[in-house]
Design a binder for this molecule. Structure first.
Ligand code: PAF
Length: 296
């Protein structure tokens, strides 16, 4: 595995690998502090690709002024060991100066999909994500790029960006990886105190309970499902709900409150963002009415 820190060296290495037929190129963009979720992306990339490139870059552009850019957890040695173990061929670890050598004047902004959910609570976040991912795609020119579905809105936004801008890369969305007790893996879980972590289990529990209530016909409409989410989550005293929404996926369009969930066409997403102390966690469940019907 090679660790490369400059764009020029990465381009040279990739040109050499492409020349040698080590394609397709699979790309796993990350902000580091890697966990089993990232490992699952690397394994998926290794199955599909001749060369696996992972980037580790904490992107300042996607953090708001009062967010955790400076404090974002970092552990280079541990990240490199995991990347090597899980089959990365190249790890690209640029500095902020390498990625942004001058004040940036060109950004990528995806409209509509970014004015809701996390986009509403984190203004500018998705513009920062779309811009850095566009830059990384331009540098790596991957055939496939792998993203976890825990950040389902990010997947929807990036798919739309790739489609609108005719980028020649296929976005591969990979399932959420959870701890045994249901907590979705996130680099930010390290911020949680023991008690916050215990109470954070309410996120995955509320998703499971709403899905079960839909299957059992105890909940039918969007409003009923949202009320159930609110009530389950509020049973944890430390939980402060940012949003608990049900939208279409990947268009992220709202549904009528009295519409019946199991009559909806296509995929839906139950999306949650909840704060425990200073830590904001997200989780979601993407499903189709058909899939729920099949379980009933
Ligand atoms: O999901 C992340 O870790 C980041 O948003 C990404 C896609 C690496 C862009 O910085």
């Amino acid at each position: 595995m090679r660790v490369i820190r400059t764009i020029e060296q990465l381009r040279e290495a990739l040109e050499y690998l492409r020349g040698g037929g080590h394609t397709p190129i699979g790309f796993v963009p990350t902000m580091g502090y890697l966990h089993e979720g990232h490992a699952s992306l690397l394994r998926r990339a290794a199955e599909q690709s001749g060369t696996v490139v992972m980037s580790i870059f904490v992107n300042p552009l996607q953090f708001g002024p009062n967010e955790d850019f400076a404090a974002y957890p970092r552990d280079e040695a541990r990240d490199l060991a995991l990347a090597e173990r899980e089959g990365a061929d190249i790890v690209f670890m640029p500095s902020v100066e390498e990625m942004y050598p001058q004040a940036i004047r060109t950004t990528v902004s995806v409209s509509v999909l970014t004015d809701r959910l996390c986009g509403a609570s984190r203004p500018g976040h998705f513009e920062g994500v779309a811009t850095v991912v566009s830059k990384l795609f331009g540098i790596v020119q991957p055939d496939y790029a792998y993203f976890g579905l825990k950040d389902a809105q990010q997947v929807a936004v990036l798919r739309r960006m790739v489609s609108d801008l005719n980028m020649n890369v296929k976005i591969v969305a990979c399932p959420i990886v959870r701890e045994n007790d249901g907590l979705a893996l996130s680099s930010r879980n390290v911020y949680l105190s023991e008690e916050e972590r215990r109470q954070a289990l309410v996120l995955s529990r509320s998703l499971r309970e709403v899905r079960a209530a839909l299957e059992e016909g105890k909940v039918r409409t969007v409003n009923e499902a949202k009320a159930m989410l609110q009530s389950v989550i509020s049973s944890s005293p430390l939980a402060v709900i940012d949003y608990a929404e049900i939208l279409t996926f990947p268009a992220l369009e709202p549904l009528e409150g009295n519409s019946r969930l199991l009559e909806a066409d296509g995929e839906l997403i139950i999306a949650l963002a909840v704060k425990f102390g200073r830590t904001r966690l997200i989780d979601n469940n993407v499903f189709t009415a058909k899939e729920v019907h099949a379980l009933v």
